[in-house]
Write a new protein. Structure first.
Length: 726
């Protein structure tokens, strides 16, 4: 009769069904498909242009407020932005002969004849020899390059041109092309095909994971196609924002975009398919089944996506340009993936019908295997001794987190930045044996002309600076707007901690010269400013991300205790992942250290993505707790979500692991740590730690919600016990 609880529940169910019917109704599903196909056709040309829109120059990474950035801006008034290339000649078995010197001069002549819009061969300097007279064994030649965003990706070609010009006449000598231009050419190579490499690798991981999960050779094509659509649409939108709104996109953010879209998008697809398959066993009409699946899985998926999107947008407060640019890029990618997976993906599923699940087709009325599966048995086993379980688990995770003492997130030198040492890095090491170690990457000093001599004397007298090298470089205006510019060579390698310490000393010294308005820039100063900005970002971004996640959990669960416990488990998981990773990097991979932004990136990805699985589990527990009680709801919630969350975790871990295909230590480290953290969240934190904590705390976990009091014992028909959970 009207007004009964059952009738009211049916009315609410029909209302919710009507919303989802706009996506997966018998006729509307075709409109949804046509809409996304049109969007894909329009987006594809713009998506292909994103690689050309990447800005990998120094200014795209360093904060605008940094002193090195200010020097870079001022120095453009004196000369075009330059990046020196250093050619090193060495005879290992003795002094250079007269014939060697002739060959070197001939090679320099060949370089000077190179004429392009950015290889400034006519300003080539050298050769300079390591010793005077006939005892010299090495020579250096400086080739300045004009570098901007349009020419950065052409650095490998410039290196090849110079190598060809000097190599033709260098018989009997070891020749290396190095310096900032040579090193950056290697980075450019690593980023050159990053989008296609990660796309193919991530696609392969998703195919294998979905084939294992679904055991259907056809079903996996639908989420894979949906993920590709998501990526293309996201890339197109990001390209337009980069082109017309000034959004910073570089190789790092572009690569992470691919991984995030495939990982997060496939996770959402897995969760929706699991709920859809469950409803297909309860409802004969597949449109009805999909509508209910969207109603029940949708809120948790949306909350999960909102957590990632808002966490990524927190990066907008970062000082580092590269970090700040990553925020909206990642947020757009995950947001588009959510839209596609909640519209195009379900439309494709209902268009294809039940046969898509072949050979394991979920027929109407067939039993749900999850009720007696491994996760149901695990939940019942944990329920026997929940307190002992969470205490032991926490102690083990905390012990593994002690590996953090091995973390060396102070930056990685060029020597240690690549998996395989390139020739330019070898050349840098060889050059340091014969010349000041900072050769080719000097300090850049800008000061008022009236105090320029005083500043020069201060710079020359600072420990760590070669006093004979303080001079105005060739090709530079002698004065501009009352200021002068000159350079100084460091005695330590420009990417070393010792060189950064020298920059600190030089800055302290020149800032003490009255009315000089002196500023210090250059490659080493840039690295120092990046380190400082990253430390600032760690202290600001990490607490804000935790606060955002806590507020989302509190709003979703309408509780205080549960969100606080979930945040604590995620922080413990992050610490453990970092601790284990540090041990592996030191004692297995033999990496020299981690980049300064490594902890921040791992934290943001693990907290934003790792909390997903807690959301999927706890929303299901909460709905079941409203009917059966908290402790029974924990067991049934784990049983219902265990398999799909495990599959989702494996997919996400696998997609982040493909960052290891990029031959750079920083990408390998982030990929490994995030993949490890996701696996910890999936198999340990979510399935054991969170489950046992909820069982031990019981109904009080929902305080101050009414669920914290006596639980209702009302039963519910199959299919209606979880109106909004996963």
């Amino acid at each position: 009769m009207p007004g009964t609880p059952r009738t009211q529940r049916d009315q609410r169910r029909q209302g919710r069904r009507g919303v989802a019917w706009l996506i997966c109704g018998p006729r509307v599903k075709w409109l949804v498909l046509v809409f996304w196909l049109l969007v894909l056709v329009l987006a594809a040309p713009f998506a292909q242009k994103l690689a050309d829109e990447q800005d990998n120059t120094t200014s795209s990474w360093v904060p605008r407020s940094a002193e090195s950035t200010q020097v870079l801006d001022v120095s453009e008034e004196f000369r075009p932005e330059t990046m020196p290339m250093v050619v090193v000649y060495v005879r290992e078995d003795g002094p250079l002969t007269a014939a060697d010197r002739e060959r070197i001069d001939k090679g320099v002549g060949g370089v000077k004849q190179l004429r392009s819009h950015w290889i400034r061969g006519d300003e080539t300097r050298g050769p300079a020899f390591d010793k005077k007279g006939d005892d010299a064994r090495a020579a250096q030649v400086y080739v300045p390059l004009t570098v901007n965003n349009d020419t950065y990706n052409d650095l490998p070609d410039a290196v090849d041109d110079v190598r060809d010009a000097v190599g033709r006449s260098a018989a009997g000598l070891d020749v290396y092309v190095t310096g900032p231009a040579g090193i950056n050419a290697e980075f450019s190579k690593a980023f050159a095909d990053i989008d296609s490499t990660l796309l193919l690798a991530a696609g392969a991981v998703v195919v294998v994971a979905l084939l294992i999960t679904y055991r259907s050779p056809v079903l996996l094509l639908v989420p894979l196609f949906s993920a590709v659509v998501s990526l293309f649409v996201a890339q197109a939108l990001i390209y337009l924002l980069a082109e017309h709104a000034g959004l910073t996109v570089n190789g790092q953010s572009s690569g992470i975009l691919t991984v995030l879209v495939f990982g997060a998008g496939t996770d959402y697809a897995l969760l929706l398919v699991a709920r859809y398959r469950e409803e297909l066993r309860r409802h004969e009409d597949r449109h009805e089944a999909m509508a209910l699946a969207l109603h029940r899985a949708g809120p948790a998926v949306i909350a999960s996506s909102a957590t990632v999107v808002l966490s990524m947008l927190v990066l907008l407060v970062a000082e580092m340009n590269s970090t700040r640019g990553l925020g909206p890029v990642a947020a757009i990618g995950v947001g588009i993936a959510l839209l596609v997976m909640l519209s195009l993906f379900p439309a494709l599923l209902v268009i294809c019908g039940r046969w898509l699940f072949w050979p394991k087709i979920p027929h109407h009325g067939s039993p749900d295997p999850a009720e007696q599966g491994v996760w149901a048995r695990m939940g019942r086993r944990i329920a026997r001794r929940p307190r002992l379980t969470w205490v032991v688990t926490s102690v083990v995770l905390a012990a593994l987190a002690l590996g953090l003492t091995q973390l060396r997130a102070a930056g990685v030198s060029n020597e240690d930045a690549f998996l395989d040492k390139p020739s330019s890095v070898t050349g840098q090491e060889v050059s340091a044996e014969y010349f000041p170690a900072g050769s080719g990457d000097p300090l850049v000093v800008v000061a008022d002309k009236a105090k320029a001599e005083d500043v020069g004397r201060v710079v020359s007298g600072t420990r760590g600076v070669d006093p004979e090298t303080v001079a105005v470089p060739p090709g530079t205006k002698p004065e501009h707007d009352g200021k002068v510019l000159y350079e100084a060579t460091l005695t330590d390698p420009s990417d070393s901690e010792a060189a950064k310490d020298t920059v600190e000393r030089v800055r302290d010294a020149v800032h003490g010269v009255p009315d000089a308005n002196a500023k210090i820039g250059g490659g080493t100063a840039t690295l120092l400013d990046m380190d400082k900005a990253t430390i600032h970002d760690d202290k600001l971004v990490i607490p804000l991300v935790l606060l955002v996640v806590l507020l989302i959990l509190a709003a979703l669960l309408r509780a205080v205790v549960a969100p606080l416990l979930l945040i604590a488990t995620v922080v413990l998981s992050f610490s453990t992942a970092l601790g284990i990773s540090a041990l592996v990097f030191r004692h297995v991979f033999d990496f020299a250290g981690e980049s300064t932004d490594f902890p921040l990136f791992v934290f943001v990805f693990l907290v934003a993505l790792g909390i997903d699985y807690n959301i999927f589990l706890t929303t299901r527990i909460r709905e079941d707790a409203g009917v059966h009680g908290t402790r029974p709801g924990v067991v049934t919630g784990l049983a219902a979500t265990g398999a799909v969350i495990t599959s989702a975790g494996l997919v996400l871990a696998g997609t982040f692991a493909v960052l290891g295909t990029i031959p750079m230590v920083a990408f390998v480290e982030v990929g490994f740590a995030v993949a490890l953290g996701v696996l910890l969240d999936t198999f340990i934190v979510r399935s054991i730690l969170v489950t046992s904590l909820f069982l031990d705390v019981g109904p009080k976990i929902w305080w101050p919600h009414a669920l914290a009091k006596e639980q209702p014992k009302e039963s519910s028909p199959a299919g209606d016990s979880n109106p909004s959970g996963v």
